[in-house]
Write a protein that binds this ligand. Sequence first.
Ligand code: TNX
Length: 655
Amino acid sequence: MANKYYLKQVCKHLLQTPLCQKIALIICLIGCYSIVYGSGNEKIALIPAPVKMVLKKGNFKLPEQVIVYAENSESIKHVAGYLQKRIAVPTGRKVQITSNAALKNIAVKLLINKTNNEVLGNEGYTLTVADKQITLTANTSAGLFYGVQTLLQLFPQEIERKTFANKTEWNIPCAEITDYPRFKWRGLMLDVSRHFFNKAEVKSYIDNMVKYKYNLLHLHLTDDQGWRIEIKSYPNLTKTGAWRVDKMGIFGEFSKPAKDEPKTYGGYFTQDDIKELVKYAAANFVNILPEIDVPGHSMAALAAYPNLSGTPGEYSVNSGENFVEWLPEGGFKLLTNNTISPAKEEVYVFLDSVFSEVSRLFPFKYIHAGGDECAKTFWEKNEDVRALMKKEGLKDMNDVQAFFMKRVNKIITSKGKKMIGWDEILDGGLPAEATVMNWRDRKKAIEATQLGHEVIIAPSDKYYLDMRQGDVAIEPEMYAVVRLKDAYEYEIVPDSVNSKLVLGGQGNLWTEQIYSIRQVEYMTWPRAFAIAESVWSPKQPKNWDNFSKRTIAHFGRLAMAETKYAPSIYDPIVKTHKDSNGRLLISLATELDGLDIYYSFDNAYPDRFYPKYTEQLKPPVDAKRIRLITYQGTKPVGRMMTISMEELNKRPISK
Ligand code: TNX
């Protein structure tokens, strides 16, 4: 709308000006347009958007021999080495690193400020691309690293190729950029328990996340479906706890495995693997946050050490068969116990050993101890728990969990670390020093900060990367949807919150329904663009039109890197309504502006010669299904979507 308005004004103005001024104005307008959107959109599409960018005339042309100047310091040379690798392969140019500042024809200079620049802080940078030289300045090597990421995004998209791109010209638009993050905690969580992703896969995840300036990888290492980290003092955790029956289909609905079915699916990280991952992450300026999820979500641990349960018996690692009963009033009841006992001393001995080993392996100052979704079905029936309540004066089950988390907190702090828990740790009163990871209602973040606790924002309805990105007809099953626009438009800091206590935010990728690293990528991108922008870029009014254009430009980059992404923003949004006679009505929309939707009720696959959607549809009485496809002009861009009338009739009326 706004664009149309401005266009009208410009045209009016043009009609009233003399000819030479008209020509000058037109040239200027074309110039501005191509600067902003570039040729093919990808010229300057930075994600996350920098704090300040001024585009200049001209280009820097990458020379045949690229000389990168880096001071003689390990950490600066390390960043130079990263840049060297990223440039040399796709461009095929010779990239040389020198610490001789007097050398002629230096293409890129990496400089550390001699006096700290307060504005840039620990991770900021300034980047100047002039026609003869590129200069990158920061207070720290981390700042240089993020500057390098921005610089790479200024290159043509082929820079993302993992092999020689066979392109003759590599031009970078001249610009001056000053940039620094809004938050220090910019995270993604990968659940390696529900499905295991190996060392190489985790490394590739890190490779991708740092391109968007994430600095934290949260590894969800334990759950009912697998224990994924070697603990030397409790070897069964991985010997037994890392393996389950191999199933495929819809997780949570699998048939119960037979008693003697071989447990062939799984895997775990040895302590050497962990050390390697930690080192790899650090080389990419990423901290790894380990999560050991207790006292719920512990079935894999119980399979290895059943004595940790308040109801010892035979346990096995869950293979994806249902073990809970959802209650109509909300919450759930356990059919199989998946909790470790809060009333057994040996549990705390166990946790002391586990957290001891974990804290030695991960240098990061935080350890995540879970605390989520702990149903108390078995605790309520347990005599030891009742005795504990009496002894400690605990009035209800929330108090019991709070007692447990306080003891865990004590263990973790005794190792010199800080505990993080999911926001359930607020429920019975939380340990003084604990940090809260907010995944449920925003009220929980407000409550935590009011109590003076640090929070990390990861709301399930906005930042959960396991949720569907579009219509269930075209996306893998998942119980809810989070569209790119939902993630993008979310403001991290609630109004009534002390923003100093908000460390930042993260996107969480739970992997119950995610069987492969390709699907991990698909679920992460592009939504992790949106989260990256919220945790890095300054708070400003959200501009979906601008962001979605940049997103599309980055689809090109992901494609070059052969990273899978969800093209869901091209697909139609289907809403159902009923008329006064109870007959189904369908309305259609798109997340992205400027798309046309074509439809059929005749079972054929529509193209742009089929009817175009313009107003709410009343399906013919006998129609069996609707098929939909979106076009951008004459180009089909969406995926063919088919939904039966039977299914549409079952869908709830859209809001
Ligand atoms: C809730 S979020 C969970 C996870 C599930 C996720 C699925 C949280 C702390 N717990 O165990 O995987 O929902 O969306």
